[in-house]
Design a protein around this ligand. Structure first.
Ligand code: C2E
Ligand code: MG
Ligand code: MG
Ligand code: MG
Length: 290
């Protein structure tokens, strides 16, 4: 969220897009109507087992199909959504939309991959989350292992969330740590609730072959993950060289442009009939255990 130079209004988009909205209330109204008009859309990026190319899961990534500006990436609006207090509502929408899509594919007889949703810290507060999740899953005829929640380290560090995270895990929803290694050096939270998997942040992956520090950090992450028995996935994988390094260090699961970009549901659909995947038996189980 960039503030305008006069310190009064806000830029909803970056300066190059040149669009300024004067007041937070205006932004909120704008986002509200975007939600109502169904201008948000999910793209899905496959997560793959590098050795076989099998799809092991999907990550849902939000885009704003803006009437005037085309498809906007989250970097252009997520901060404004948060600022406007609409993140919880948007996350609810994402979860429901993922469930709707998975159940539509399921009804077509396709194998549905476990799909992860990015969950912001604010979503956890003041709500009856588990009953809400159960009722959405029931409504769409899905089991909890179809869903995975990606939380960041800053959320994982908040002890007040542990009972709920534990309950989610008990209910069968995987909870993973996104952007691992970027925020806090504390690993203490790994003791407090069962983590589904650890996603090594792209910031380290870009350093493979470039930075011995990044390579050392990746090696320590893969070591910790294998010692603790956590599944591991690398994000932002763009080259064969990165794949080779990661595989050599025991990370078998990957997500990145080398394999697939985030794609609209229609482009994911043809991949699902040939999935080497069964919901609930994710091959991610083997990750990091080399
Ligand atoms: P993230 O959860 O770490 O998602 C991965 C981001 O890396 C995505 O960007 C994806 O398109 C991008 N990416 C994947 N592979 C590669 C690659 O090989 N190279 C490069 N350069 N990038 C790659 P995207 O879709 O722009 O999303 C950015 C961030 O916005 C996400 O980071 C996540 O934190 C947030 N976000 C996305 N969707 C949602 C959502 O539904 N709710 C919330 N709260 N946040 C979301
Ligand atoms: Mg993510
Ligand atoms: Mg990530
Ligand atoms: Mg990231």
């Amino acid at each position: 969220q960039a503030k305008s130079t006069d310190g009064q209004g806000y830029f909803l988009f970056d300066n190059q897009l040149g669009e300024k909205l004067q007041q937070k209330t205006l932004i909120a109204r704008y986002l509200h109507s975007a939600l109502e008009n169904q201008e948000f859309v999910l793209h899905y990026q496959p997560q793959v087992h590098a050795a076989t190319g099998a799809i092991a899961g999907l990550e849902a990534l939000i885009r704003w199909n803006h009437p005037g500006k085309g498809l906007l990436l989250p970097g252009h609006f997520i901060a404004a959504v948060e600022e406007a207090g609409l993140m919880t509502q948007l996350t609810d929408w994402v979860i429901r939309e993922v469930c709707r899509q998975l159940s539509a594919w399921k009804r077509e007889g396709l194998e549905i991959p476990r799909t992860s949703v990015n969950i912001s810290n604010s979503w956890f507060y003041n709500r009856n989350l588990l009953p809400m999740l159960r009722s959405i899953l029931d409504e769409y005829g899905l089991t909890p292992d179809c869903l995975e929640f990606e939380i960041t380290e800053s959320t994982a560090l908040l002890e007040e969330h542990y009972p709920l995270l534990q309950q989610m895990r008990d209910a069968g929803i995987l909870v993973s740590i996104d952007d691992f290694g970027t925020k806090y050096s504390s690993l203490n939270y790994l003791k407090h609730f069962p983590v589904g998997k650890i996603k090594i942040d792209r910031a380290f992956i870009v350093g493979i072959g470039q930075s011995s520090i990044d390579e050392a950090i990746i090696q320590s992450i893969t070591f910790v993950a294998s010692q603790l028995g956590y599944d591991l996935i690398a994000e932002g994988v763009e080259s064969e060289h990165q794949v080779d390094f990661l595989v050599a260090h025991g990370c078998k699961y990957m997500q990145g442009f080398l394999f697939y970009r985030p794609l609209p549901a229609e482009e994911i659909r043809p991949m699902l009939s040939s999935l080497a995947y069964k919901a609930g038996k994710a091959p991610l189980q083997q990750c990091g255990s080399a």
